[in-house]
Design a protein around this ligand. Sequence first.
Ligand SMILES: Cc1cc2nc3c(=O)[nH]c(=O)nc-3n(C[C@H](O)[C@H](O)[C@H](O)COP(=O)(O)OP(=O)(O)OC[C@H]3O[C@@H](n4cnc5c(N)ncnc54)[C@H](O)[C@@H]3O)c2cc1C
Length: 415
Amino acid sequence: MKRYSAFAVAKEAFSYHQGWERAWRSPEPKGRYDVVIIGAGGHGLATAYYLAKNHGLTNVAVLEKGWLGGGNTGRNTTIIRSNYLQPPSAAIYDLAHTLYENLSQKLNFNIMFSPRGVLMLAQTEHELRAWKRTAHANRLAGIKSELVDAERVKSLCPIINIDGPRYPVLGGLWQPRGGTARHDAVAWGYARAASDLGVDVIQQCEVTGIDVEGGKVTGAQTSRGAIGCDKLAIVVAGHSGELARMAGFRLPVESVPLQALVSEPIKPCMDIVVMANTVHGYMSQSDKGEMVIGGGSDGYNAFTQRGSFQHVEETVRALCETFPILSRLKMLRQWGGIVDMTGDRSPIIGKTPVEGIFINCGWGTGGFKSIPGSGWAMAATVARGAPDEIAGPFSLDRFAEGRMIDESVAAAVAH
Ligand SMILES: Cc1cc2nc3c(=O)[nH]c(=O)nc-3n(C[C@H](O)[C@H](O)[C@H](O)COP(=O)(O)OP(=O)(O)OC[C@H]3O[C@@H](n4cnc5c(N)ncnc54)[C@H](O)[C@@H]3O)c2cc1C
């Protein structure tokens, strides 16, 4: 694979940029692989990359029913932070955050990581107490986050109205290292690097059945024929329940639509990410100048990738109170994804009741930020056949054993 560099761009300019090779190969599926990963979202692609990079496993296929990154990975609002409450979450989200910080260099692909800082507003006394507890927990976990008062909030984000009539801003939890990255670039960067290491990324290849013999996986039926494998990783976010059903087991996840919208582009007015969990809305400004806005998830199960109109109205109404300048903006686009929610709002990573099948799901509204850490831990789990220390607490059997990892406060709003 040719390296991307300033020198390469200058050199290609002399041949009118006709000499660039394709970023990843488009191979025909082979009859058999050591590992088949279902789902070419960020988590599936990162798993494939770290299987090859960290564990030397390259006879690996990633099967994607649509186009890579076309699921939630290419639809999210790209917020990255690691200030979660429980120690297992802090460990995996901070591993991810740390890997994000030099991922562009590692993958030789500019993922446009922008550590501009993430501010989570406290708009009720209860929320203020919750953030105080989180700030203490973060300090114990070695994660830099701080509780700030309303004046500091105003100085970090001057367009905020801190004296709103219903929900005045009382303070916030500030993670200066938090930020955003370009979502497509994360998928593309992992796909390119994994393909270069020998992984087959196969798009337009839908898995329609999973073959199990004597309690052990033997392969998958796909829209492009049967593919045998020794190990199978299901990494399909909102479709996890469906794939688990094909393999003969059930998951404690619900699939719900989650949506986002963007405004028309305006001049730079906000250089941090702000989340307003009480009113269910959050916002950042894109490099193009659009205000990128996300809201809460729909209150019912569905597989539509658009979300309901009433949520758009609720989110915009709530944000207008905190950001009055929004009231004069036109909204340009709205879209949705299908997120997979667990009862404790933490992911599931690890083995399943079927030998050789591994699952990575349940990231719900907040799994973009975790892609590198999740891929790292999932690859170790698949390669060893047992979870590593990062993945261990997130096993499926925690629901039967009552070992919940309650992140319903940290993950209360879509992000
Ligand atoms: C509107 C919105 C905003 C969000 N904002 C944020 C945010 O700001 N920060 C954050 O951290 N997270 C955010 N998230 C959550 C985040 O996007 C997801 O948790 C994350 O992208 C999940 O990645 P994934 O790789 O597991 O799934 P996906 O990216 O959904 O990939 C799964 C892939 O599996 C494929 N697939 C499904 N079924 C099959 C099949 N039968 N055969 C083959 N392939 C199949 C799908 O086509 C899809 O491409 C947001 C989500 C949404 C929808």
